[in-house]
Design a protein around this ligand. Structure first.
Ligand SMILES: Cc1cc2nc3c(=O)[nH]c(=O)nc-3n(C[C@H](O)[C@H](O)[C@H](O)COP(=O)(O)O)c2cc1C
Length: 205
């Protein structure tokens, strides 16, 4: 199944329970690659995507308030936010060196300082929030990629963060940002989309 973009955004919904069908490897790779290709602030790509298979659904669901979508998913993708996003950090130096060769030290430092102008002033909590907002872009891109192949999803922000961090044995610089449960719907959505009207959200300035 390859859906038109308008159908994809209309058909995607927050799926509350999945059936037993598993997502095949080709589709899973397609979804993960859509996340990899998502835009990010300054091109930092401040993320990693951890694929959790069915075997661990019960343990994961327990720390996601027993949500049924997490418990029944074919796969849960845990998006990690990384917080080593300052000029001092090797990861960012590596990211910048892709667009500005480090052999020209003066130019490299200029670009490095310009790109990290904002992150250099942030504390750990703020760096997490900064990276998390980029993770949401990857999240959306993966959800839409999934729907384009007829695969349903639910974005999961309802989890006990410290427990999910421990479940994955995370340490600096990674923290859990958000989860995407993926699979095939068990039931049709119970409601039509509930949204504000276009004139309630758009302002022509
Ligand atoms: C960041 C984020 C976190 C969310 N967390 C949950 C969640 O923990 N459980 C859940 O069932 N839905 C969750 N949702 C889904 C929203 O409730 C849902 O997208 C919204 O009500 C609109 O419905 P729709 O996606 O079906 O159009 C989350 C959505 C977002 C964007």
């Amino acid at each position: 199944m390859n859906l038109h973009f308008c159908e994809i955004i209309e058909k995607r919904f927050a799926c509350k329970a999945f059936n037993d069908k598993e997502i095949n490897k080709d589709d899973l790779d397609f979804i993960l690659n859509a996340g990899r290709l998502a835009p990010s602030t300054c091109g930092f790509e401040p993320w990693k995507f951890v694929v959790v298979s069915k075997r661990d659904n019960t343990s994961l669901s327990k720390i996601c308030f027993n949500q049924e979508n997490v418990a029944t998913a074919s796969h849960n993708i845990i998006l990690l936010a990384r917080t080593d996003l300052q000029a001092k950090d090797d990861y960012i130096k590596k990211q910048i060196s892709r667009i500005c060769p480090p052999d020209n030290e003066k130019k490299f430092n200029q670009v490095l300082n310009a790109y990290t102008y904002e992150t250099n002033t942030l504390n750990d909590e703020q760096l997490y929030a900064y990276a998390k907002s980029d993770c949401y872009l990857a999240l959306m891109q993966m959800a839409l990629a999934a729907m384009s192949r007829g695969i349903d999803s639910c974005m999961i922000g309802g989890f006990e963060k410290d427990k999910v961090d421990s479940f994955l044995s995370l340490g600096y610089p990674f923290q859990t940002a958000v989860i995407l449960s993926l699979g095939y719907r068990r039931d049709e959505p119970k409601y039509d989309k509930v949204r504000l009207n276009i004139d309630e959200v758009v302002i022509y300035y």
